[in-house]
Design a protein around this ligand. Structure first.
Ligand SMILES: CCCC/C=C/CC(=O)SCCNC(=O)CCNC(=O)[C@H](O)C(C)(C)COP(=O)(O)OP(=O)(O)OC[C@H]1O[C@@H](n2cnc3c(N)ncnc32)[C@H](O)[C@@H]1OP(=O)(O)O
Length: 364
């Protein structure tokens, strides 16, 4: 409770900056309409577009827009300079005054140009209808979509039980980095097909570079450390929708998620090669909640859509408050584990296990 309250207090403190953003369009309501002639329509359209901006374009841009608006509607700055301690009004005055004797028509045009340069963020916020499914292309091993405040990263190698090959490690990292910066409130990982993921793609061990197996083990350790690091540092709520069996790294990663929802079809193999049911994993604290497979998708996505309506700043800050206490330790454990694994991958035990798997169907 204390943690939630602290997070709520911190979230409330972030309100003034969001108020500044939403108050900006109000400035435009005081415009002098008689001042606009030739490009009045464009100018008005641009002002309306600014009102629709959901993303804060940043103080620098807002000051530029303010100054151009004032210049376009009132001409050169003729106000007395505010005192040094009146920081906000002084910044506005400086921005307006810096435009010197720029003609009103030119200021209008610059305003219109500046707003149109913000169009990518307009597209991603206001022009896309709520509920529209935005699909990211450029991934070979994933399907990444954004809808209803949720970015869904779906492993998409169903024929290989969503085994994670080198390309997929890199694509997951890329998708996580993009999700950390996009408009979504929460990020979900799940699998396409009957498996969540069968873990590391064992053929990753067969592509030996010129430096031999030692170099391969070292490269894998570097990759794994960076990969796990992305999960440790991910700033938004991260949720696993474990749609089916999960193996190896796809299980061990679950500890870094903020919630893990599992279908009762999900089994996990952990140490001793023992299969755990989703219910047993839940009892161990690795899974948050288990649902019957028949209603799994419906129940989980209803819940996730409700989460995605929660205040985004409060969610992020709550996560940061919790994660910052353990982040350093998690990175240290990750580094140590990758070191140990680098040695283990060179062991006979590991080589035999990989050879056994790959030779099952004469893959070697
Ligand atoms: C670089 C960083 C390294 C980080 C290290 C992480 C540690 C780990 O994750 S270790 C865990 C590795 N995973 C495994 O050991 C699982 C291996 N797979 C299996 O045991 C079985 O495939 C299965 C129990 C998951 C499924 O068995 P089932 O009989 O139902 O299906 P299969 O015919 O075996 O699989 C279908 C198809 O998919 C290929 N495949 C499945 N899993 C993997 C995998 N992990 N690596 C490579 N390939 C995999 C399997 O070979 C089949 O391919 P073909 O249809 O082409 O034969």
């Amino acid at each position: 409770m204390a943690m939630a309250y602290l997070a709520w207090r911190l979230a409330r403190r972030s309100c003034p900056s969001s108020l500044q953003v939403t108050s900006f369009p109000v400035v435009q309501l005081h415009m002098n309409r008689t001042a606009m002639r030739a490009s009045q329509k464009d100018f008005e359209n641009s002002m309306n577009q600014v009102k629709l901006l959901k993303k804060d374009p940043g103080n620098e841009v807002k000051l530029k827009l303010y100054a151009l608006y004032k210049q376009a509607t009132e001409g050169p700055c003729n106000m007395p300079k505010p005192g040094v301690f009146d920081l906000i009004n002084k910044a506005k005055w400086d921005a307006w005054n810096a435009l010197g004797s720029l003609p009103k028509e030119a200021a209008r045009q610059n305003y219109v140009d500046l707003v149109s340069s913000l169009s990518p963020s307009l597209e991603s916020s206001s022009q896309v209808e709520p509920g529209t499914d935005r699909k990211s292309t450029g991934f070979e091993t994933l399907v990444v979509t954004s809808e209803d405040g949720i970015t869904k990263i779906m492993f998409n190698r169903p024929k290989k039980k969503n085994a994670i090959n080198t390309e997929m490690y890199h694509e997951i990292m890329r998708a996580l980095k993009a999700a950390s910066k996009d408009d979504s409130i929460i990020t979900v990982l799940t699998g396409n097909g009957d498996y969540y993921s069968s873990g590391n793609d064992l053929t990753n061990f067969t592509d030996i570079p010129p430096g031999g197996v030692e170099e391969k083990a070292k490269n894998n350790a570097v990759l794994l450390r960076e990969f796990v690091g992305c999960f440790i540092d991910f700033p938004k709520p991260l949720i696993a929708v474990v749609n089916g069996p999960a193996v190896g790294i796809s299980v061990t990663l679950l500890g870094l998620f903020d919630a893990v929802y599992a279908s009762d079809r999900a089994t996990e193999m952990l140490i001793f090669g023992k299969k755990l049911t989703a219910g047993e994993a839940c009892a161990q604290g690795l899974v948050t909640e288990v649902f019957p497979d028949s209603t799994f998708q419906k129940e989980v996505w209803t819940r996730l859509k409700a989460f995605a309506k929660l205040p985004p700043n409060a969610l992020r800050i709550s996560k940061e408050v919790i994660r910052k206490r353990e982040r350093e330790k998690l990175h240290a454990v990750n580094a140590e584990e990758c070191n140990v694994l680098q040695g283990r991958w060179l062991s006979d035990e590991c080589t035999n296990a990989v050879v056994n798997f790959l030779s099952r169907k004469s893959k070697l």
